[in-house]
Write a protein that binds this ligand. Structure first.
Ligand code: NAP
Ligand code: MG
Length: 505
């Protein structure tokens, strides 16, 4: 095999079968069982078969991990290390993740059902890129000297919060962890992180690599276990200074309650979405449009907070746009996530599969019309597969148009005027992402300004790169951003130091 040949499905299965995943809690630089000794099963959603048993942490394990993280925060082993040294460690960590990318992407694929082409081509490289980006920033961010009166010196500086708790979803397991670990570690915090129970394996391996890279013990601690116990214990802990959460709006709300009822810890939330893709009648690149539209809603099986799940298309263009989309679906094969040709793998769980199929039933009973997909397929594999599904004849009051489905389901609606398009785009409780397609610069600028969403992409579907912030308006987020130097704000306190300088004696 030449170095850059893509491994075959057979090779991927053989290598996946040989994996020996880490399955214990990672605390104080080493692996250990949960205090209770309990374990839970993580399965492969493409087969419905168990992969491994993972330590099932509880509140008592959070107490242990927080005590370790507190000690590491207080003695300054990380926050007071020179910025250049901290940078070097995190850069090394990013490189180790990339060097072990094949193993991590295989772990991610069997644990989550995501296609191997995505985990090796997007998730792992983006993880390395994110950690390296924040690492490189460590010795390049300056504080401020305020314009204070003669005889005084005033500095405005950023300090780490101390101990940060992070709670992560299952849809981009290692990448979402990196989006929070990069900035929280770069700003000098120590961390206790909980991955989603369905997808803990990639993070446990990455944590081990952090130690190998030289991250001091106790700085990064991973506690696996159910959200209702471990997640809540993080949210309510009196000795955690801030929480970063990505997940559902419903659970996000709870973190505000947890903080309100405990120590008023800082809370930053990245939540759900129901993002619009607005297509104007003048847009001519239909093939490019179809490729972008399909990526927006079918990438990652539609299990994507920024999925472009509402297509809002000018009446004059609808037929040709749907035709182009139908042709594009040939490029979205569904099947074995370990097959390098697969673009759509398995949904995360049987429960989630049933929810997505439930929404498809609801859509049909509400009077919308399925024009592609619409059923479970490949049932004989034991996996949870749904092909790209498109609903036409959708009305804005339908549940499939209003609620986040988190599956490969696109709803299509028509508009006549620009004002109507904007009103439809904003007719949602969410505000995470959006796309606008037009050849007219005036329309592009007007509409981009009017859409209430954290990200507007024009003539593409994109969240931009690591240099730009990612976060949500309305119920898509609360008080914070991932990516870019904006992500540092939620993990730092702002300190004023006001110094009286005595006059020369
Ligand atoms: P979820 O159910 O909210 O779970 C997210 C995390 O919270 C998991 O680690 C989960 O643990 C934990 N959790 C569950 N119940 C909890 C509780 N009562 N208290 C504390 N923690 C709890 O969401 P999900 O199903 O994993 O992910 C899907 C959602 O995430 C979608 O709504 C999607 O839009 C959103 N999302 C948003 C972004 C963004 O950046 N805005 C990115 C990705 C996903 P267990 O898994 O162990 O139960
Ligand atoms: Mg799993």
């Amino acid at each position: 095999m030449t170095e850059d040949a893509v491994p075959t499905t057979l090779q991927n299965h053989a290598d996946a079968a040989a994996l020996r995943p880490r399955t214990q809690l990672f605390i104080d630089g080493g692996f250990r069982d949960a205090v209770s000794g309990r374990r839970f099963v993580t399965e492969n959603p493409a087969t419905g078969q168990p992969i491994a048993e993972i330590a099932e942490g509880g509140p008592e394990d959070i107490d242990v991990a927080v005590a370790v993280a507190r000690k590491a925060a207080d003695d300054g082993r990380w926050s007071r290390m020179s910025p250049a040294d901290r940078k070097a460690i995190l850069v090394r960590w990013a490189s180790l993740i990339e060097e072990n990318g094949r193993e991590i992407s295989l772990l991610e694929t069997i644990d989550s059902g995501k296609p191997i082409g995505d985990t090796i081509g997007i998730d792992v490289p983006e993880t390395g890129n994110c950690i390296r980006w924040h690492a490189e920033a460590i010795d390049k961010l300056y504080g401020q000297v305020a314009p204070s009166p003669e005889g005084t010196v005033a500095m405005v500086t950023k300090e780490p919060l101390g101990v940060v708790g992070l709670v992560i979803p299952w849809n981009y397991p290692i990448m979402m962890a990196a989006w929070k670990l990069g900035p929280s570690l770069a700003t000098g915090n120590t961390v206790v992180i909980k991955p989603a129970s369905a997808t803990a394996l990639s993070l446990l391996r990455a944590a081990e690599l952090a130690s190998e890279a030289g991250l001091p013990d106790g700085v990064l601690n991973v506690v696996t276990g159910p959200g209702s116990r471990v997640g809540e214990a993080i949210g309510r802990h009196m000795d955690i200074d801030g929480v970063g959460f990505t997940g559902s709006t419903e659970v996000g709300r709870r973190f505000l309650t947890y903080a309100g009822e405990s120590n008023l810890k800082r809370v930053a939330l990245e939540l759900g979405g129901k993002s619009p893709q607005v297509v104007f009648g003048d847009y001519t690149d239909l093939e490019g449009l179809a490729a972008n539209m399909a990526f927006a809603i079918f990438w990652n099986m539609g299990e994507n907070c920024s999925a472009g799940s509402r297509l809002i298309v000018h009446r004059s263009a609808k037929d040709r746009v749907l035709e182009a989309l139908r042709a594009e679906l040939a490029n979205w094969p569904v099947g074995d996530p370990l097959d390098p040709a697969t673009k759509i793998g398995a949904l995360i769980s049987k429960t989630h599969l049933e929810q997505v199929l439930g929404y498809i039933d609801i859509g049909e009973s509400e009077g919308a019309r399925v024009v592609a997909g619409g059923n479970r397929i490949l049932q004989e594999t034991g996996g949870y597969f749904v092909p790209p599904t498109v609903f036409d004849n959708v009305r804005p009051d339908m549940r499939i148009y209003r609620e986040e489905i988190f599956g490969p389901v696109l709803t299509v609606l028509e508009f006549d005027t620009e004002a109507e398009a904007v009103a439809l785009a904003n007719d949602t409780e969410y505000g995470l992402a959006s796309s606008v397609y037009t050849n007219d610069l005036n329309i592009a600028h007007r509409v981009a300004r009017e859409i209430k969403a954290g990200t507007v992409s024009v003539n593409c579907y994109s969240e931009g790169d690591m240099t730009v912030p990612f976060g949500g308006y309305k119920m898509s987020g609360f008080s914070g951003h991932d990516k870019s130097a904006h992500a540092h704000d939620q993990y730092t306190e702002t300190k004023t130091t006001w110094i009286q300088v005595a006059p020369r004696p």
